[in-house]
Each structure stands twice: as C-alpha cells, then as structure tokens.
Write a protein that binds this ligand. Sequence first.
Ligand SMILES: [Ca+2]
Ligand SMILES: [Cu+2]
Length: 416
Amino acid sequence: MPKANKAAKQVRSARYKTHHLVLLALLVIAIAGAAIWKISSTNAAVAAPVLPSSVKSAVKAPPEPTPNAMPAPTAMPMASGTVAFAPTIPNKTMPTEKAPSGMVWISGGEFSMGAQNPPDMEHDHVGMKATEDSRPIHRVYVDGFWMDKTDVTNAEFARFVAATHYITQSERTPKAEDFPDAPPENLVAGSVVFSAPDHPVSLNDHFQWWTYVKGADWRHPTGPGSDIKGKENYPVVHVSYDDAQAYAKWAGKRLPTEAEWEFAARGGLTGKPFVWGDTFQPDGKYMANTFQGHFPDKNTDDDGFAATSPVTKFPPNGYGLYDMAGNVWQWTSDWYRADYYSQLASEGGVARNPTGPDSSFDPEERGVQKHSMRGGSYLCTDQYCSRYMVGTRGKGETTTGTNHLGFRCVKSAPQT
Ligand SMILES: [Ca+2]
Ligand SMILES: [Cu+2]
C-alpha cells in the first residue's frame, strides 16, 4: 500500500456511517468562510471534518439510497420450502489448557448462520430490512475457541495503553499532506459522537444525530469535557478496527471471525431471533441495552441506560457471554460484503471456519472499506435498526470509531 494511502487510512474520516447500515461517503470540508460539502464515492483521504452547527444545517440529503430509511423495505419473507435453520451441533472437544482469565470456552461446531424474518414480520419493516444482508441462512462449522466474556472495558484498554503508549486513531491529528485542500484549523483529532436532536427528525439523514466532535476519543467519549471516571467497567468506545487489532495483539488474542462471533452469540440455541430466545422482553424484562422512546430525539431509557452500560449489567447468554446484543457494537475480523452469504451458500455444503471475503464491498457505499461488526448497540430500536437480533450484521468503515462501537477478543486453543 502506498505510504500516502496508508497515512490517509489512519485519519479518521468525517464520513460517517449511520447507526449501522449506511455509511455514506460524505466528506466534509469546511472551507474558510463557506461550508462546502464534498461527496465522494471513493475511499480517498478525507479532510478533517468540522461540523459547526451552521454547517450541519446545510447538510444535503445523502445522494445514495438510505437503507435504514423508512418505509420501503424490500426484503421479502422467506419463501416456504427455503432451507432455513437446522439444529446447532456443538463439538464435544475440550480445551487442554486452563481457561484464560475472563474468557469462556466456546465449543464450536456446526450451525445455521444468518437471520431471516423478525418475529413480527408483517409489521416489522425495520426488522425485515435488518435481515437483508444476512440471507440466505447457510451452514457453517467453526472450531472451538476461547472468547472474552465481556466487551473490552475502559480499564482493560487503559492497561494496554499504559503498557504500549498506543495512540488510537481518534487521537491522531490528521496530516496536512494527506488533506491538501483542508484549512489547517480543520486538521483536528476527534471522533464521531451520537448527539440526540431536541426534536423529531427524518430518519433518512443520519447527520441529524451523528456529529464529528473535536477531542472525542476513548478517554473522552462525548468530547473534551467528558471522561471515563467511574466507567472503568464500561466498554471502551471510539476504537477503530486497527485499534482493536492492536489491543488484541498485545493481549495475545485476536478478533473473532464473523462466524465465530455468531456461533458464540447463539449460545447453543438454534435459529432464535434473540441471543436469549424468542421474545424481545421475556416477562417484561429487558435483556439487553437498546433504545426505548422515540428515535433519535427522545430516549426514555426504560432499560436503565441512555448510553453505554457496565459490561455485566444484563444477563449473559447460554455460553456465559455478556452483551452479545445491545450496549456497543463489536468489530469482527471479516471484511464486510453484502453478498458474502450468497457466495457461501452457492458453494453448497458446510463452510468450514470461514474468515470472510477477500475484500470489502458494500453496494450502498461503494469503495468504502468496511469490516463486519456485530451485536447492535444502545441505539438499536425497532424504529430504525433492529440489529439486536442475533444473526443480523453491521458494518463499519475500518478507520472510524464511534461512541457506540467497541470489541471483544477470542483466542484459538489446543483441544482434544
Ligand atoms: Ca438503553
Ligand atoms: Cu442498531
């Protein structure tokens, strides 16, 4: 990779992915005196973004389809007779080593991967939309592995940073050489933060609730005035894919493949819509940190949390894993391709230890390099994005962290 490209990749972009599905290649370049928005369909370097409110209000509607926009779902219910979920067959193998601290053994085995119709498919257009790129259901085998019981916490990430002096992507100042058109004052480190509008807004423009904030990073989740004191046990956020990889390497672990993540999330169950079973709220109980109220302007936090929550606050799944739905999204090691499941399914048989496609392709945002992310976040709601449903997929531009995206690690193990 040319040096310039590599450097450019290290610059967090103003491009901002929507809550999950859509990452529109909107490049923001505020140029002295006049705010000019440039729209790019490439993965070229992006100017350091500045989003003063005057600029925000001038944002045009995105030029590309907005898959999360409602209505107009295009997903069709599974035709009867289509191969769907077959039983999960866990491996009997056991690890030959003692469990690493904070990790749990996931036996691996054969399972049906993907998502089909949400429980209330007739009325759940958002849910139908959320399952589009997770079809068809296909058969997958994964070897056993260790997995972190929780998302990586602020305390854990702090230990990594203390040991390595690692500087995350959101803390790095964009280089002028990479952004020759940007005025110097725009070359400022920062990250993308959810900021609820104070009134209902159209759901087809995610700039209504995502803002590039100077000085936002993992230690300052909502900007320079914020901190993580008392949040040691909360998931770290504002980590890019590379940041997550760097942590994993330091910890002697790795990021899970998308297949490993989903096998683990299902917790031994077969084809359930939620990691805990069939019903979103069994006995009226919230099983995950998601969004209640009216998205995005009014969060009633009925589940107790308007933003992130401590990593063991909600019940674990059948494998003892916490927050496999909600709280924060989690990076996986797979490139994102919308048609990857179709590829695997067309090959037939059982996909063994799939590691994802060779390259990224998102038809909704061509040219933007993305990795798959899983689990949904505290911003997921059936009004906009139902990706707390297990089997659904998220995607994120590789260099961009946000305050609802974190990760957890896995580790391969000798087994018998
Ligand atoms: Ca919540
Ligand atoms: Cu969501």
